[in-house]
Design a protein around this ligand. Structure first.
Ligand code: BGC
Length: 770
């Protein structure tokens, strides 16, 4: 755990340079725009510890897999998002000495991520070995307004010398992925082109043959005078250089305005021309206008998604940081893109899509973005349905059964651990649940006919084939699975997976009935495509849903994680010595597998999804039982516990779990922020406030709130968009204020009472339950 980020409501601030923290800060100060993004690497040369990272969404490489014993059914590759062309590079030489913060004396160092304006700013003074001092302010952005554009401004002042400065402003595609399995480089050069002030580099990924063109425009001013630039080049590298004399107090300003486009959106033959058009448009605007556009675009994002917390600056900073990162990771413009667990902030998890998107991220985008944003996340899976069917076929399923991959870039499975790849099939359920959740929130039933139903039927067919009848139990069972709790594998009858499976079977039938009535033509189209044998298949699905086995412990009166869970030695987390945690770093895997400790919410995840089925007493018993055994070693875990604790009116616990998710990265809680940020769990932080503290739910097509105010806060407020209505909800002690920004009256539930909220502001008092 670290504590070096300065608390501030709108900014993430690091003051003072500590090389040991650099990789953590590179993650924390990452910027992006949904289409691309990067770690906060320095512009100038840096010979210290760094993880270089520039990423273009959807541009990946199928790295040949590396496993010990090959198992039939394993995918051939592990996809990874690629470290792409580094466009920020500046090589600065002052009287023969390279500016490199690892080799100079650094003072007044400050890194600020201005989340309101969407800009990263770094300032420092560096004293070179020669005693020459320079002061620098570097500002950069990834444009949210035009997602092909990124730009930087580097302002250097010669503080105490006259002399010669050489600058090379470069773009460099000779980069590697640190996680490359065989230490290979993944890019080939296609072409390069140099104009007076703009360089163009086109690279192609090996195997996948994505082409990416980076067009970088450089201008350098010394004391306001534009410098002549020379061009230089080598393989995958282009530069613009200038050498000039400065006097004490001279200022040097470098601007780089860069367009990055790819063959995902343009014909390969058009890349150069398109990049030229794009970069020229941005050059014509100039850096200042790009900054202004950026602030404007972020203002819109904040208007729709901000959460304001009064009375707790650290909490305010944390929630804004989470929201900022989510908004710069996914903007929902392109249904081929998704949300990697680390977004654009590191290589871990390969930039691939996990069940995190459906289980954790959808609610955030549903409430804070136009409806199409969450819809595009669902359509992503719809488009990959054929691949999910192929994936299931590879494993021996048939007749249109679909098993979505646990980890994917393009719909194919690309993860190779049998206990995850083959056994964490619960992801199929989360994908179905997300469809239900989307329709529950938006009321958009038409989605079922257009896209959803085919996915639901493919998933239902999978569950039908994955269960088997146990003559012994006289019920259906599901053998050999891994639940979200990865601290035990190959278990039988994971309660969560069984629950999800039977829910999916029932929901697929309900969804079919809806489509038949509401969109008969679409139903005929789907029927022709997938040949649903309603009579037989529905009877089978109903039979399974009605006769599924759910492990239960009579004595403790709790749903059981899985068969045989009570055979384990029942030790509680509170009795684990701190020195033995985190278990995944301190214990052998074998010991973890045999222990009763749970990595992340599992039964509780199911109770969260299907909460209306359980009364408070049942929830409380299960919560207490599992909370005592959960070590939360997945970042996705605490948010579910926080929401359920809030539901149980356990304010203290709800807040405690919220804190664990909210500042997870800012305080490097798990000692792993240097690998990148936990983007998908950030959506869980948002849920902890909106679904937890505010108790927001959608029931019967209406929003309802069961709020409480955390003790340390004076009030909190947030905006949600719901079925075309923008509502600002503010919660203070015993009082909820709703501003209805629309022209129509909406019905909102507060605790058990319905209120008609007319356009404008309405204050409602409530009795605190806790
Ligand atoms: C969790 C998974 C999750 C993955 C990516 C793992 O540690 O156990 O549930 O999908 O991280 O966030």
């Amino acid at each position: 755990m670290k504590n070096y980020i300065i608390a501030d409501e709108w900014n993430i601030i690091e003051s003072g340079f500590d090389a040991h923290l650099n990789k953590i800060s590179e993650s924390l100060f990452s910027i992006g725009n949904g289409r691309m993004g990067q770690r906060a690497n320095f512009e100038e040369s840096y010979s210290g510890e760094t993880l270089q990272g520039n990423y273009v969404a959807g541009v990946y490489y199928p790295d040949k897999t590396r496993v010990g014993w090959w198992k039939n059914g394993y995918p051939e590759y592990f996809a990874k998002v690629l470290n792409a062309i580094n466009w920020i590079g500046l090589h600065i030489v002052i009287e023969g000495e390279t500016l490199d913060l690892a080799k100079t004396k650094v003072s007044d160092f400050k890194r600020v991520l201005d989340m309101k304006a969407g800009v990263l700013i770094r300032t420092f003074t560096a004293e070179l070995n020669s005693g020459k001092k320079v002061k620098v302010q570097a500002t950069r952005l990834y444009s949210i307004a035009d997602d092909e554009i990124s730009a930087l401004h580097y302002h250097l002042t010669a503080l105490n010398f006259d002399g010669t400065i050489e600058i090379a402003a470069f773009i460099d595609g000779d980069v590697k992925n640190q996680d490359a399995n065989y230490d290979e480089k993944f890019w080939d050069e296609v072409t390069q082109k140099q104009e007076k002030s703009t360089d163009y580099l086109v690279l192609r990924t090996k195997k996948t043959e994505f082409e990416v063109c980076t067009a970088s425009n450089t201008t350098i001013f010394v004391n306001g005078n534009l410098q002549n630039l020379k061009s230089g080049a080598r393989d995958k590298y282009l530069e613009k250089t200038a050498t000039f004399s400065v006097k004490q107090d001279s200022t040097v300003e470098i601007y780089k305005i860069v367009a990055t486009i790819s063959s995902q959106n343009y014909e390969k033959t058009e890349l150069l021309d398109a990049a030229k058009t794009s970069v020229n448009k941005a050059i014509a605007k100039g850096f200042k206008t790009l900054l202004a556009e950026q602030a404007e675009a972020w203002a819109t994002k904040w208007q729709d998604s901000d959460i304001v917390i009064d009375g707790d600056v650290a909490a305010q900073q944390a929630i804004r940081f989470n929201i900022f990162q989510l908004n710069q990771t996914y903007t929902g413009k392109d249904a081929r893109l998704n949300i990697g667990p680390k977004g654009f902030t590191g290589e871990k998890y390969g930039g691939s899509t996990y069940w995190d998107t459906e289980a954790y991220c959808i609610p955030f985008y549903l409430s804070t973005s136009p409806e199409d944003v969450a819809k595009n996340l669902l359509i992503y899976r719809y488009k990959q349905l054929d691949k999910a069917i192929e994936n299931a076929q590879k494993l021996g399923f048939n007749k249109g059964a679909a098993l979505y991959p646990m980890v994917t870039m393009n719909g194919e499975e690309c993860h190779n651990e049998w206990e995850i790849t083959f056994e964490e099939i619960h992801r199929n359920g989360a994908i179905a649940f997300a469809i239900f959740n989307y329709i529950r929130y938006t009321g958009n039933q038409a989605y079922l006919a257009e896209y959803g139903l085919e996915v639901l039927i493919g998933i239902a067919r999978f569950w039908k084939q994955r269960v088997n009848w146990s003559a012994d139990k006289n019920q259906y069972v599901m053998l050999g699975v891994t639940g979200p709790n990865e601290y035990e594998n190959n278990i039988n009858n994971n309660w969560y997976t069984n629950k999800l499976a039977s829910w999916c079977l029932t929901y697929a039938i309900e969804a079919t009935e809806i489509v038949k009535v509401t969109a008969p033509d679409q139903y005929a189209r789907i029927q022709a495509k997938i040949s649903l044998d309603e009579a037989t298949e529905f009877a089978e699905w109903t039979d399974i849903a009605e006769n599924m086995y759910y492990p239960y412990d009579e004595k403790a009166a709790v749903f059981l994680q899985q068969d045989g869970y009570m055979d384990k030695e029942q030790i509680l987390v509170k009795d684990l010595p701190a020195s033995e945690r985190p278990l995944n770093q301190k214990w052998s895997w074998d010991r973890i597998l045999r222990s009763c400790f749970i990595k992340q919410a599992d039964v509780l995840q199911g109770m969260y999804f299907f909460e209306d089925e359980f009364d408070q007493e049942t929830l409380q018993r299960n919560f207490t039982f599992y909370e005592n055994r959960t070590v939360h070693e997945s970042s996705l875990s605490p948010c579910v516990h926080s929401i359920l604790a809030a539901k149980l009116n356990d304010e203290e616990k709800a807040y405690e779990f919220y804190l664990r998710t909210a500042r997870l990265d800012l305080d490097d809680y798990n000692n792993d922020t240097e690998d990148g940020l936990h983007i998908t769990s950030m959506a869980g932080t948002w849920m902890s406030i909106v679904e937890g503290f505010a108790g927001m739910r959608v029931r019967n097509g209406q929003l309802k709130f069961n709020p409480f105010l955390p003790k340390n806060w004076t009030s909190f407020s947030f905006t949600v968009g719901f079925r075309g209505v923008a509502l600002k909800v503010s919660i203070a002690a015993g009082q909820i204020t709703i501003i209805n920004h629309s022209g129509e009256t909406v019905t909102i539930g507060i605790f058990n009472e319905l209120h008609q909220i007319t356009p404008g502001e309405q204050v409602i008092t409530y009795q605190e339950l806790v």
